[in-house]
Design a protein around this ligand. Sequence first.
Ligand SMILES: Cc1ncc(COP(=O)(O)O)c(C=O)c1O
Length: 441
Amino acid sequence: MRVNDNTRSGTGTNLDPWYGNYAARAAGLAASEVRALFAVASRPEVVSLAGGMPFVSGLPQDLVIDAMNRVMTGNGAAALQYGSGQGVPALREQILDVMALEGIKAGVDDVVVTTGSQHALELVSKLFLDPGDVVLSEGPSYVTAVVIFKSYQAEIEHVPMDEHGLIPEALREHIAGLKRAGKRIKFLYTIPTFHNPAGVTLSWERRIEILEICRSEGILVLEDNPYGLLYFEEKPPAAIRSLETDGVIYLGTFSKTLAPGFRVGWALAPHAIREKLILANEAAVLSPSSFSQLIISQYLDTADWKGQIDRFRGIYKERKETMLSALTEYLPDLSWTNPNGGFYVWLTLPDYLDSKQMLPRAVTELVAYTPGTAFFADGQGRNNIRLSFCYPTPEQIKLGIRRLTSVINAERDLLESFSATGPLSAVRRDDNYTAPPPNTN
Ligand SMILES: Cc1ncc(COP(=O)(O)O)c(C=O)c1O
Protein backbone atom coordinates (compact mmCIF):
# COMPACT_ATOMS: atom_id res chain seq x y z
CA MET A 1 0.00 0.00 0.00
CA ARG A 2 1.31 3.47 -0.87
CA VAL A 3 1.55 6.03 1.86
CA ASN A 4 -0.14 9.24 0.82
CA ASP A 5 2.67 11.82 0.97
CA ASN A 6 0.15 14.67 1.20
CA THR A 7 -0.51 13.77 4.81
CA ARG A 8 3.08 14.44 5.82
CA SER A 9 3.76 17.85 7.26
CA GLY A 10 7.08 18.15 5.41
CA THR A 11 8.97 18.80 8.63
CA GLY A 12 10.06 15.20 9.12
CA THR A 13 13.63 14.08 9.66
CA ASN A 14 15.67 11.24 8.18
CA LEU A 15 15.16 9.28 11.37
CA ASP A 16 11.44 10.00 11.61
CA PRO A 17 9.58 11.17 8.51
CA TRP A 18 6.49 11.80 10.65
CA TYR A 19 8.31 14.05 13.14
CA GLY A 20 6.23 17.11 12.24
CA ASN A 21 2.94 15.27 12.47
CA TYR A 22 2.84 14.34 16.14
CA ALA A 23 0.29 15.96 18.41
CA ALA A 24 1.75 18.61 20.71
CA ARG A 25 1.22 16.30 23.69
CA ALA A 26 3.74 13.80 22.27
CA ALA A 27 6.55 16.30 22.90
CA GLY A 28 6.40 15.32 26.58
CA LEU A 29 7.26 11.72 25.64
CA ALA A 30 10.96 12.23 24.86
CA ALA A 31 13.23 9.45 26.12
CA SER A 32 15.79 10.81 28.57
CA GLU A 33 19.52 10.17 28.28
CA VAL A 34 19.15 8.30 31.54
CA ARG A 35 16.82 5.81 29.87
CA ALA A 36 19.49 5.01 27.28
CA LEU A 37 21.99 4.38 30.05
CA PHE A 38 19.62 1.99 31.76
CA ALA A 39 19.83 -0.31 28.77
CA VAL A 40 23.52 -0.68 29.65
CA ALA A 41 22.71 -0.89 33.34
CA SER A 42 20.59 -3.98 32.83
CA ARG A 43 23.72 -6.04 32.06
CA PRO A 44 24.12 -8.74 34.74
CA GLU A 45 27.50 -7.46 35.99
CA VAL A 46 25.94 -4.08 36.86
CA VAL A 47 24.37 -3.79 40.31
CA SER A 48 21.20 -1.85 39.64
CA LEU A 49 19.92 0.29 42.48
CA ALA A 50 17.84 2.09 39.88
CA GLY A 51 14.53 0.36 39.16
CA GLY A 52 11.37 -0.13 41.18
CA MET A 53 11.03 -3.80 40.30
CA PRO A 54 9.61 -5.90 43.11
CA PHE A 55 11.47 -9.07 44.07
CA VAL A 56 9.05 -11.45 42.32
CA SER A 57 11.29 -14.45 43.04
CA GLY A 58 10.13 -14.01 46.63
CA LEU A 59 6.68 -15.17 45.52
CA PRO A 60 6.45 -18.99 45.50
CA GLN A 61 5.57 -19.91 41.92
CA ASP A 62 3.39 -22.83 42.95
CA LEU A 63 0.93 -20.34 44.51
CA VAL A 64 0.47 -18.69 41.12
CA ILE A 65 0.45 -21.98 39.19
CA ASP A 66 -2.19 -23.37 41.53
CA ALA A 67 -4.41 -20.30 41.07
CA MET A 68 -3.91 -20.45 37.31
CA ASN A 69 -4.80 -24.15 37.12
CA ARG A 70 -7.95 -23.66 39.19
CA VAL A 71 -9.07 -20.77 36.98
CA MET A 72 -8.43 -22.62 33.74
CA THR A 73 -10.15 -25.81 34.86
CA GLY A 74 -13.12 -24.11 36.55
CA ASN A 75 -13.60 -20.86 34.66
CA GLY A 76 -11.40 -21.05 31.56
CA ALA A 77 -13.87 -19.60 29.07
CA ALA A 78 -14.47 -16.47 31.16
CA ALA A 79 -10.73 -16.03 31.72
CA LEU A 80 -10.10 -16.02 27.98
CA GLN A 81 -13.02 -13.72 27.16
CA TYR A 82 -13.51 -9.92 27.20
CA GLY A 83 -14.95 -8.74 30.47
CA SER A 84 -16.59 -5.74 32.09
CA GLY A 85 -15.00 -2.30 31.67
CA GLN A 86 -15.25 -1.87 35.44
CA GLY A 87 -13.55 -5.17 36.28
CA VAL A 88 -14.55 -8.60 37.59
CA PRO A 89 -17.13 -8.12 40.42
CA ALA A 90 -15.63 -10.86 42.66
CA LEU A 91 -12.21 -9.24 42.46
CA ARG A 92 -13.65 -5.80 43.18
CA GLU A 93 -15.23 -7.28 46.29
CA GLN A 94 -11.85 -8.68 47.39
CA ILE A 95 -10.17 -5.34 46.67
CA LEU A 96 -12.43 -3.91 49.39
CA ASP A 97 -10.80 -6.33 51.86
CA VAL A 98 -7.33 -5.26 50.73
CA MET A 99 -8.19 -1.58 51.16
CA ALA A 100 -9.82 -2.22 54.54
CA LEU A 101 -6.30 -3.02 55.80
CA GLU A 102 -5.53 0.68 55.26
CA GLY A 103 -8.69 1.96 56.89
CA ILE A 104 -10.75 2.43 53.73
CA LYS A 105 -14.46 1.68 53.63
CA ALA A 106 -16.12 1.60 50.21
CA GLY A 107 -18.72 -0.22 48.13
CA VAL A 108 -17.99 -2.72 45.40
CA ASP A 109 -19.48 -0.35 42.80
CA ASP A 110 -16.94 2.33 43.69
CA VAL A 111 -13.97 0.30 42.39
CA VAL A 112 -12.73 0.39 38.80
CA VAL A 113 -10.09 -2.20 37.89
CA THR A 114 -7.35 -0.84 35.63
CA THR A 115 -4.30 -2.15 33.80
CA GLY A 116 -1.98 -1.39 36.70
CA SER A 117 -2.33 1.82 38.66
CA GLN A 118 -0.26 3.39 35.92
CA HIS A 119 -3.26 3.16 33.65
CA ALA A 120 -5.48 4.68 36.31
CA LEU A 121 -3.08 7.65 36.40
CA GLU A 122 -3.40 7.94 32.65
CA LEU A 123 -7.21 7.77 32.74
CA VAL A 124 -7.55 10.34 35.51
CA SER A 125 -5.22 12.67 33.61
CA LYS A 126 -7.21 12.17 30.45
CA LEU A 127 -10.42 13.06 32.29
CA PHE A 128 -9.13 16.14 34.06
CA LEU A 129 -6.17 17.76 32.33
CA ASP A 130 -6.32 20.39 29.62
CA PRO A 131 -3.17 22.12 28.38
CA GLY A 132 -1.96 24.68 30.92
CA ASP A 133 -3.79 23.14 33.89
CA VAL A 134 -1.76 22.74 37.03
CA VAL A 135 -1.10 19.52 38.93
CA LEU A 136 0.25 20.00 42.43
CA SER A 137 2.61 17.24 43.48
CA GLU A 138 5.30 16.56 46.00
CA GLY A 139 8.79 17.55 44.98
CA PRO A 140 10.24 15.05 44.12
CA SER A 141 7.44 12.92 42.64
CA TYR A 142 6.91 9.59 40.86
CA VAL A 143 8.72 9.89 37.57
CA THR A 144 6.15 8.24 35.29
CA ALA A 145 3.27 10.23 36.77
CA VAL A 146 5.21 13.37 35.87
CA VAL A 147 5.62 11.99 32.33
CA ILE A 148 1.85 11.45 32.03
CA PHE A 149 0.94 14.89 33.40
CA LYS A 150 3.41 16.48 31.00
CA SER A 151 2.02 14.48 28.10
CA TYR A 152 -1.35 16.15 28.78
CA GLN A 153 0.53 19.47 28.69
CA ALA A 154 -0.17 20.19 32.32
CA GLU A 155 2.15 22.29 34.44
CA ILE A 156 3.55 20.51 37.46
CA GLU A 157 3.95 22.55 40.61
CA HIS A 158 6.22 20.80 43.09
CA VAL A 159 5.50 21.40 46.76
CA PRO A 160 8.39 20.67 49.14
CA MET A 161 8.49 17.80 51.63
CA ASP A 162 10.40 17.11 54.79
CA GLU A 163 10.79 13.90 56.78
CA HIS A 164 7.05 13.99 57.63
CA GLY A 165 5.99 14.30 53.99
CA LEU A 166 4.37 17.17 52.14
CA ILE A 167 4.56 20.44 54.11
CA PRO A 168 1.03 21.89 54.59
CA GLU A 169 2.21 25.48 54.94
CA ALA A 170 4.13 25.20 51.67
CA LEU A 171 1.00 23.76 50.02
CA ARG A 172 -1.01 26.80 51.16
CA GLU A 173 1.64 29.16 49.78
CA HIS A 174 1.84 27.40 46.42
CA ILE A 175 -1.95 27.39 46.04
CA ALA A 176 -2.12 31.10 46.89
CA GLY A 177 0.66 31.89 44.39
CA LEU A 178 -1.02 29.90 41.63
CA LYS A 179 -4.36 31.57 42.28
CA ARG A 180 -2.74 35.00 42.13
CA ALA A 181 -1.25 34.00 38.79
CA GLY A 182 -4.71 33.01 37.54
CA LYS A 183 -3.79 29.32 37.16
CA ARG A 184 -6.30 26.48 37.18
CA ILE A 185 -5.36 23.77 39.68
CA LYS A 186 -6.88 20.41 38.76
CA PHE A 187 -5.68 18.11 41.52
CA LEU A 188 -3.05 17.33 44.12
CA TYR A 189 -1.18 14.16 43.19
CA THR A 190 0.31 12.62 46.31
CA ILE A 191 2.07 9.42 47.39
CA PRO A 192 1.60 9.82 51.14
CA THR A 193 2.94 6.45 52.25
CA PHE A 194 6.54 5.25 51.64
CA HIS A 195 6.91 7.85 48.96
CA ASN A 196 8.49 7.09 45.62
CA PRO A 197 11.24 8.35 45.43
CA ALA A 198 11.67 10.10 48.80
CA GLY A 199 10.88 7.14 51.08
CA VAL A 200 9.07 9.36 53.60
CA THR A 201 5.52 9.02 54.98
CA LEU A 202 2.99 11.78 55.52
CA SER A 203 2.08 12.01 59.20
CA TRP A 204 -1.51 11.51 60.33
CA GLU A 205 -1.84 15.13 61.47
CA ARG A 206 -0.66 16.34 58.09
CA ARG A 207 -3.06 14.02 56.26
CA ILE A 208 -5.89 15.76 58.08
CA GLU A 209 -4.46 19.22 57.48
CA ILE A 210 -3.74 18.67 53.79
CA LEU A 211 -7.19 17.29 53.25
CA GLU A 212 -8.66 20.36 54.99
CA ILE A 213 -6.66 22.66 52.72
CA CYS A 214 -7.80 20.82 49.60
CA ARG A 215 -11.41 20.76 50.79
CA SER A 216 -11.46 24.48 51.47
CA GLU A 217 -9.80 25.27 48.12
CA GLY A 218 -11.98 22.84 46.16
CA ILE A 219 -8.99 20.80 45.02
CA LEU A 220 -9.37 17.10 44.25
CA VAL A 221 -6.82 14.74 45.85
CA LEU A 222 -5.31 11.91 43.80
CA GLU A 223 -3.85 9.51 46.37
CA ASP A 224 -1.46 6.93 44.90
CA ASN A 225 -0.67 4.11 47.31
CA PRO A 226 1.26 1.15 45.86
CA TYR A 227 3.46 0.54 48.93
CA GLY A 228 1.26 1.06 52.01
CA LEU A 229 1.06 -2.62 52.99
CA LEU A 230 4.84 -3.08 52.74
CA TYR A 231 5.78 -1.58 56.11
CA PHE A 232 8.78 -2.69 58.18
CA GLU A 233 7.97 -1.76 61.77
CA GLU A 234 4.99 0.42 62.59
CA LYS A 235 1.88 0.29 60.45
CA PRO A 236 1.64 3.62 58.60
CA PRO A 237 -1.28 6.01 59.18
CA ALA A 238 -4.54 5.11 57.43
CA ALA A 239 -4.99 6.27 53.84
CA ILE A 240 -6.20 9.82 53.16
CA ARG A 241 -9.21 8.20 51.48
CA SER A 242 -10.22 6.81 54.90
CA LEU A 243 -10.98 10.41 55.90
CA GLU A 244 -12.91 11.56 52.86
CA THR A 245 -15.05 9.98 50.16
CA ASP A 246 -16.06 12.77 47.81
CA GLY A 247 -12.83 14.67 47.30
CA VAL A 248 -10.34 11.81 46.86
CA ILE A 249 -9.51 9.42 44.05
CA TYR A 250 -7.52 6.55 45.52
CA LEU A 251 -5.23 4.31 43.45
CA GLY A 252 -4.10 0.83 44.46
CA THR A 253 -2.25 -2.01 42.76
CA PHE A 254 -1.29 -5.67 43.06
CA SER A 255 2.09 -4.93 41.46
CA LYS A 256 4.11 -4.61 44.65
CA THR A 257 2.26 -7.01 46.96
CA LEU A 258 1.81 -9.77 44.35
CA ALA A 259 3.42 -9.24 40.94
CA PRO A 260 3.47 -6.46 38.32
CA GLY A 261 3.27 -8.96 35.45
CA PHE A 262 -0.48 -9.28 36.01
CA ARG A 263 -0.89 -5.55 35.33
CA VAL A 264 -3.83 -5.22 37.68
CA GLY A 265 -4.49 -2.09 39.72
CA TRP A 266 -7.56 -0.09 40.59
CA ALA A 267 -9.10 3.30 41.18
CA LEU A 268 -11.61 4.08 43.89
CA ALA A 269 -13.45 7.21 42.91
CA PRO A 270 -16.46 9.33 43.88
CA HIS A 271 -19.59 8.28 42.02
CA ALA A 272 -19.63 10.69 39.06
CA ILE A 273 -15.91 10.41 38.41
CA ARG A 274 -16.13 6.64 38.60
CA GLU A 275 -18.72 6.57 35.82
CA LYS A 276 -16.42 8.57 33.57
CA LEU A 277 -13.45 6.38 34.52
CA ILE A 278 -15.32 3.28 33.40
CA LEU A 279 -16.13 4.89 30.05
CA ALA A 280 -12.52 6.01 29.62
CA ASN A 281 -11.30 2.52 30.57
CA GLU A 282 -13.59 0.94 27.97
CA ALA A 283 -12.48 3.43 25.34
CA ALA A 284 -8.84 2.66 26.06
CA VAL A 285 -8.73 -1.13 26.60
CA LEU A 286 -12.36 -2.39 26.33
CA SER A 287 -11.84 -4.33 29.53
CA PRO A 288 -8.88 -5.00 31.80
CA SER A 289 -7.44 -8.51 31.44
CA SER A 290 -10.02 -11.10 32.55
CA PHE A 291 -7.25 -13.70 32.74
CA SER A 292 -5.15 -11.71 35.21
CA GLN A 293 -8.12 -10.62 37.29
CA LEU A 294 -9.50 -14.12 37.71
CA ILE A 295 -6.10 -15.52 38.68
CA ILE A 296 -5.62 -12.80 41.28
CA SER A 297 -9.16 -13.36 42.55
CA GLN A 298 -8.45 -17.09 42.89
CA TYR A 299 -5.12 -16.37 44.61
CA LEU A 300 -6.82 -14.07 47.13
CA ASP A 301 -9.46 -16.72 47.71
CA THR A 302 -7.21 -19.72 48.33
CA ALA A 303 -3.65 -18.59 49.12
CA ASP A 304 -2.37 -17.04 52.33
CA TRP A 305 -1.93 -13.63 50.70
CA LYS A 306 -1.54 -11.76 53.96
CA GLY A 307 1.20 -14.19 55.03
CA GLN A 308 2.90 -13.64 51.67
CA ILE A 309 2.83 -9.86 52.19
CA ASP A 310 4.42 -10.46 55.62
CA ARG A 311 7.20 -12.42 53.93
CA PHE A 312 7.76 -9.60 51.43
CA ARG A 313 7.96 -7.17 54.35
CA GLY A 314 10.71 -9.27 55.91
CA ILE A 315 12.65 -9.45 52.63
CA TYR A 316 12.47 -5.70 51.97
CA LYS A 317 13.22 -4.80 55.59
CA GLU A 318 16.45 -6.80 55.48
CA ARG A 319 17.41 -5.13 52.20
CA LYS A 320 16.71 -1.66 53.52
CA GLU A 321 18.74 -2.32 56.64
CA THR A 322 21.63 -3.62 54.53
CA MET A 323 21.51 -0.49 52.38
CA LEU A 324 21.42 1.87 55.35
CA SER A 325 24.24 0.14 57.18
CA ALA A 326 26.36 0.19 54.00
CA LEU A 327 25.65 3.92 53.63
CA THR A 328 26.57 4.49 57.28
CA GLU A 329 29.79 2.52 56.84
CA TYR A 330 30.93 3.97 53.52
CA LEU A 331 29.37 7.42 53.20
CA PRO A 332 28.87 8.57 56.78
CA ASP A 333 29.01 12.27 55.96
CA LEU A 334 26.08 12.19 53.53
CA SER A 335 22.41 12.22 54.44
CA TRP A 336 19.56 9.94 53.41
CA THR A 337 16.02 9.08 54.34
CA ASN A 338 15.15 6.07 56.47
CA PRO A 339 11.92 4.61 55.05
CA ASN A 340 9.66 2.53 57.25
CA GLY A 341 8.40 0.66 54.19
CA GLY A 342 8.36 0.59 50.42
CA PHE A 343 11.34 0.37 48.11
CA TYR A 344 13.37 3.59 48.14
CA VAL A 345 16.01 5.65 49.89
CA TRP A 346 16.61 9.28 48.86
CA LEU A 347 20.27 10.20 49.12
CA THR A 348 21.54 13.78 49.27
CA LEU A 349 25.04 14.46 47.94
CA PRO A 350 27.09 17.59 48.64
CA ASP A 351 25.49 20.30 46.54
CA TYR A 352 28.50 20.66 44.25
CA LEU A 353 27.98 17.13 42.88
CA ASP A 354 25.69 16.44 39.93
CA SER A 355 24.18 12.95 40.08
CA LYS A 356 23.13 12.93 36.44
CA GLN A 357 26.60 13.85 35.21
CA MET A 358 28.05 11.21 37.50
CA LEU A 359 25.83 8.41 36.19
CA PRO A 360 27.90 7.32 33.13
CA ARG A 361 30.89 7.00 35.45
CA ALA A 362 28.84 4.95 37.89
CA VAL A 363 27.65 2.61 35.16
CA THR A 364 31.29 2.18 34.06
CA GLU A 365 32.00 1.20 37.67
CA LEU A 366 29.11 -1.30 37.41
CA VAL A 367 26.54 0.38 39.62
CA ALA A 368 23.35 2.17 38.49
CA TYR A 369 20.98 4.53 40.28
CA THR A 370 18.32 7.04 39.29
CA PRO A 371 19.46 10.67 39.39
CA GLY A 372 17.26 13.04 41.38
CA THR A 373 16.43 15.29 38.41
CA ALA A 374 14.29 12.47 36.96
CA PHE A 375 11.73 13.07 39.72
CA PHE A 376 11.18 16.76 39.12
CA ALA A 377 9.59 18.53 36.18
CA ASP A 378 11.75 21.59 36.67
CA GLY A 379 15.39 20.49 36.94
CA GLN A 380 15.61 20.28 40.75
CA GLY A 381 17.27 17.27 42.35
CA ARG A 382 20.75 17.64 40.82
CA ASN A 383 22.48 16.52 43.99
CA ASN A 384 20.02 13.76 44.86
CA ILE A 385 19.93 10.08 44.03
CA ARG A 386 17.13 7.55 44.39
CA LEU A 387 18.46 4.21 45.59
CA SER A 388 16.15 1.18 45.30
CA PHE A 389 16.69 -1.75 47.62
CA CYS A 390 13.76 -3.86 46.36
CA TYR A 391 15.37 -6.02 43.71
CA PRO A 392 19.09 -6.69 44.40
CA THR A 393 20.09 -9.17 47.09
CA PRO A 394 21.64 -7.85 50.32
CA GLU A 395 25.11 -8.89 49.02
CA GLN A 396 24.55 -6.99 45.79
CA ILE A 397 23.28 -3.97 47.71
CA LYS A 398 26.44 -3.86 49.79
CA LEU A 399 28.61 -4.23 46.70
CA GLY A 400 26.56 -1.58 44.89
CA ILE A 401 26.96 0.96 47.70
CA ARG A 402 30.71 0.22 47.84
CA ARG A 403 30.98 0.89 44.12
CA LEU A 404 28.85 4.01 44.41
CA THR A 405 31.12 5.24 47.20
CA SER A 406 34.20 4.99 45.02
CA VAL A 407 32.41 6.87 42.24
CA ILE A 408 31.29 9.64 44.62
CA ASN A 409 34.72 9.90 46.22
CA ALA A 410 36.49 9.97 42.84
CA GLU A 411 34.12 12.74 41.73
CA ARG A 412 34.76 14.69 44.92
CA ASP A 413 38.52 14.31 44.54
CA LEU A 414 38.36 15.42 40.94
CA LEU A 415 36.29 18.50 41.71
CA GLU A 416 38.32 19.36 44.74
CA SER A 417 41.62 19.13 42.90
CA PHE A 418 40.26 21.67 40.38
CA SER A 419 39.16 23.95 43.16
CA ALA A 420 41.80 23.81 45.88
CA THR A 421 41.09 27.36 47.01
CA GLY A 422 37.54 27.74 45.70
CA PRO A 423 34.24 27.19 47.42
CA LEU A 424 34.69 23.42 47.35
CA SER A 425 37.57 23.63 49.80
CA ALA A 426 34.91 24.42 52.41
CA VAL A 427 33.40 20.98 52.01
CA ARG A 428 36.49 18.78 51.84
CA ARG A 429 35.98 15.57 53.74
CA ASP A 430 39.32 15.89 55.54
CA ASP A 431 38.59 19.47 56.70
CA ASN A 432 36.41 20.25 59.65
CA TYR A 433 33.28 20.00 57.57
CA THR A 434 30.20 18.84 59.45
CA ALA A 435 27.65 17.19 57.21
CA PRO A 436 23.94 17.46 58.00
CA PRO A 437 22.83 14.53 60.15
CA PRO A 438 21.22 11.57 58.37
CA ASN A 439 17.50 11.84 58.40
CA THR A 440 16.20 9.17 60.73
CA ASN A 441 12.46 9.76 60.64
C1 LIG B 1 4.05 5.72 42.98
C2 LIG B 1 3.73 4.74 41.90
N1 LIG B 1 2.55 4.82 41.29
C3 LIG B 1 2.20 3.95 40.32
C4 LIG B 1 3.07 2.96 39.91
C5 LIG B 1 2.63 2.04 38.81
O1 LIG B 1 2.39 0.78 39.28
P1 LIG B 1 1.55 -0.31 38.47
O2 LIG B 1 1.11 0.29 37.17
O3 LIG B 1 2.47 -1.46 38.27
O4 LIG B 1 0.39 -0.63 39.33
C6 LIG B 1 4.32 2.84 40.52
C7 LIG B 1 5.28 1.82 40.07
O5 LIG B 1 6.42 1.79 40.43
C8 LIG B 1 4.66 3.74 41.55
O6 LIG B 1 5.82 3.68 42.20
